[in-house]
Design a protein around this ligand. Structure first.
Ligand SMILES: *Cc1c(COP(=O)(O)O)cnc(C)c1O
Length: 402
């Protein structure tokens, strides 16, 4: 490896942009298209998933001033606790179920009380978390749920879309997370009366900021240019391999996050780019779902390896759990620097990011640490063709059977 040195697969199956997305008229605003598809009254566009979560939290907390804690899984995107703090609130960590990415229900119930503002059930990589249980526990103590569907736009929980089952939900439109406008977020609520309040908070917190928006417009043009099999080696692979050589895992995974993340309005141009690409999203989800369904049985032949799956989810990548950390690390040493789109989800459990500091609940999260230590992801981008996928499979098999 690598057999095709001129090509590079992205770590997740992002919907590729076309040049024609960058100009011309859009069928409707992105928010209108998304609301219609998701079957919700309204969708709000913010400049990131993190910004959308921050707007939701600030709004909820205005209506429940004595509730200061937000309960989250101990393994999730580090931007989530940063958003909670930005809203002036305290992240409380809950350990995962053993060998799973979802929160342990008993521990979740124990973490919730009259101080809880919200619980954040989190779908990862299109795999579905148990939102119904989170709803029951949160509502039982007078709190609400904010469904983190950042990585799961288009996933379905029964008849509903993930993100619309909790009281509030949000999606990320960041580079590589399905539909992308380079950075963006969509905010939804089950009860339409929240929308006006979210909009009021947004007018206050997310103002027009030409510097940030012009930067994002240029980055989106760069994304359209380089998010192609022949462009990713330069834009993604080269810096990735540099970071791995330096031993900077956070840089390799793109996790050097800043507490001072921007909050600003998204331009009509980026909205329109997203809207034009959005019309291809359902077909892209169908294609990537079919590819994943074909490849899951092949991964099932790997001894001691668990492959996460469910009905209704989306498939940006295939999520694998290896028998132990040493085996997982041996696979990553071989495949993370390759061009085959193998990566880690998040490098650490949340208490192990130095820049996050301490958080209540963080002293007892063995399952989250175990999950961080044993998992890896294989891209489900169509650019990893069957032959290249076979090589990934062979490389993993050679390591797990030795
Ligand atoms: C990426 C991500 C976020 C944050 O979304 P951004 O659009 O990058 O701000 C939140 N939660 C999860 C699980 C994520 O993967």
């Amino acid at each position: 490896m690598p057999l095709r040195p001129e090509r590079e697969a992205p770590p997740t199956a992002g919907l590729p942009l076309r040049w024609s997305d960058l100009r011309g008229t859009a069928p409707a605003p992105l928010t209108a298209l998304a609301a219609n598809w998701l079957g919700v009254g309204q969708v709000q566009l913010e400049c990131s998933g993190t910004a959308a979560l921050t707007i939701a939290l600030c709004t909820l907390s205005e209506h429940a001033r004595s509730r200061r804690e937000v309960v989250i899984p101990a393994f999730t995107c580090p931007l989530v606790p940063l958003a909670i703090r930005r809203a002036g609130l305290v992240p409380r960590l809950v350990d995962l179920k053993a060998g799973h990415f979802d929160m342990d229900a008993e521990r979740l119930a124990a973490a919730c009380n009259e101080h809880t503002l919200a619980v954040v059930p989190t779908h990862l990589g299109g795999r579905l978390a148990d939102v119904a249980t989170a709803n029951a526990i949160a509502h039982g103590v007078g709190a609400r749920t904010i469904e983190d569907a950042a990585q799961s736009l288009g996933a379905r929980v029964g008849e509903s879309f993930a993100g619309t089952v909790g009281d509030v939900g949000f999606y990320s439109l960041a580079a590589g997370k399905g539909l992308s406008i380079f950075e963006g977020g969509l905010l939804v609520a089950r009860d339409d009366s929240w929308h006006e309040r979210f909009q009021r908070t947004s007018r206050r917190m997310s103002r027009w900021h030409p510097g940030w928006e012009i930067r994002r417009m240029l980055e989106l043009a760069g994304y359209a240019t380089f998010y192609r099999p022949h462009g990713l080696g330069f834009a993604y692979g080269r810096p990735l391999r540099g970071a791995l050589r330096r031993g900077d895992l956070l840089a390799a995974a793109g996790e050097h996050f800043n507490a001072d993340f921007p909050m600003h309005r998204v331009s009509r141009w980026r909205d329109a780019v997203g809207a034009r690409a959005f019309t291809r999203l359902p077909d892209f989800i169908a294609t990537t779902t079919a590819q994943a369904k074909k490849r899951l049985p092949m991964l099932d032949t790997l001894p001691g390896v668990t492959v996460f799956r469910d009905d209704g989810g989306t498939w940006p990548y295939l999520m694998l759990m290896l028998p132990d950390e040493a085996t997982r690390d041996a696979v990553l040493a071989r495949l993370w620097p390759s061009r085959y789109g193998v990566a880690r989800m998040f490098v650490h459990a949340l208490p192990d990011y130095d820049y996050l500091g301490t958080m209540p609940g963080g002293d007892d999260v063995p399952n989250a640490r175990d999950f961080a230590a044993r998992t890896l992801t294989i891209t489900n981008s169509p650019w990893l063709d069957d032959e290249a996928f076979g090589e990934v499979l062979g490389a993993i098999e050679a390591i797990v059977t030795r």
